[in-house]
Design a protein around this ligand. Structure first.
Ligand code: SF4
Ligand code: SF4
Length: 331
């Protein structure tokens, strides 16, 4: 189905430079747009840059603003956190109940500066089809809020620097938390973005109660709106899962077009689409990514989302709860 964005403005067109590098294969086809269920395929963010179809575009993106000091510094900061050494797993295993460990890892995650934390059982179908299913029964998903004032400048480079700062914070916290678990004698491995390599983070974050999927294809969290990043720790430590939290984010998107109207290349579908067998909100990769690459970054959709504005979420949650309360029960 075509995107039925109601924007009166003509969508922004991609540059000839990016189009010259664009592969023949559509990113939407790689994502499984319109297809029945299959395992996810990697579409862009991979540190080797070569196990994807969009290798030339990815390398162009990284090379393009190499001389921009603010962007280079933000990438260096991210690389430094990636270099945090992984601790050995202690020989003696500390014992505890799932409840005790869940409380302990949440306390530790907050001490490592996570703004949100939730737990769910890791599902093998969240693994990219070209990578083995990673070890770890449980996924601990961590959320890190952006500075909203910086995100509001999107697509200015200030927003890119902000995103990289939060990826760095998210990466450091996941590595420190994994090390903390390993030092208790249990297996744990950090998964960090933007190149997560083998796992999808959003489905795990939804399952772990960090929020709902929004029309812009990112998550909406009830405390930080759409303005946050994720990281994850996979572990065999016995844990107690959290439940998905439905507070009205998905339902609110049914009647909101703010992000779709603000998206310069008109990439946000007004209605849910079938993707890998699931009907869900979806962003047209072949429209979004060229704009993102041409502008160093984007994130306009995250910044304009009403849930992202400080002090608004509580009112919106109450509004959605009231709406549900007055719905007439079906016979
Ligand atoms: S990141 Fe930018 S281009 Fe992509 S969907 Fe959001 S607003 Fe549109
Ligand atoms: S801007 Fe509106 S439609 Fe878009 S994700 Fe936010 S609430 Fe949903």
């Amino acid at each position: 189905m075509a995107n039925s964005n109601t924007s009166a403005d003509k969508p922004t067109q991609p540059s000839p430079e990016v189009m010259a590098l664009w592969p023949k294969k559509s990113g939407n086809a790689i994502n499984g747009f319109g297809e029945d269920w299959h395992k996810p395929r990697p579409v862009f963010w991979r540190s080797d840059g070569k196990s994807i179809s969009h290798t030339d575009v990815l390398f162009y993106f990284y090379a393009k603003d190499r001389d921009n000091e603010a962007i280079s510094a933000s990438r260096r900061y991210r690389e430094e956190t990636k270099a945090i050494v992984t601790s050995d797993i202690a020989a003696s295993k500390a014992e505890g109940t799932p409840m005790k460990w869940s409380r302990a890892i949440k306390k530790a995650a907050v001490e490592f500066h996570a703004d949100e934390v939730g737990v769910c059982a890791y599902k093998p179908e969240w693994t990219y089809d070209d990578r083995p299913v990673p070890r770890g029964k449980w996924a601990i998903v961590l959320g890190f809020a952006h500075d909203y004032e910086n995100m509001k400048t999107a697509p200015h480079e200030k927003a890119y620097v902000e995103v990289m700062a939060q990826y760095a914070r998210a990466g450091a916290a996941a590595k420190h938390l994994a090390n903390w678990i390993r030092e208790q004698g249990h297996f744990a491995e950090a998964k960090t973005g933007p190149s997560t390599e083998d796992v999808l983070m959003i489905p795990a974050a939804i399952e772990a109660g960090l929020g709902e999927l929004g029309k812009h294809g990112s998550m909406i969290n009830k405390n930080h709106g759409s303005s946050f990043r994720l990281s994850m720790v996979l572990t065999d430590l016995p844990l107690q899962p959290d439940a998905p939290e439905i507070f009205g984010g998905d339902e609110f998107c049914l009647n909101c077009q703010v992000c779709a109207k603000a998206c310069p290349p008109d990439a946000i579908h007004a209605e849910k689409q079938k993707v890998r067998g699931e009907t869900k909100w979806y962003v047209d990769f072949d429209k979004c990514l060229p704009y993102f690459v041409d502008n160093k970054t984007c994130g306009i959709c995250l910044a304009v989302c009403p849930w992202s504005r400080a002090g608004i979420a509580e009112n919106l949650i109450q509004k959605m709860a009231r709406r549900r309360a007055i719905e007439v029960p079906k016979p």
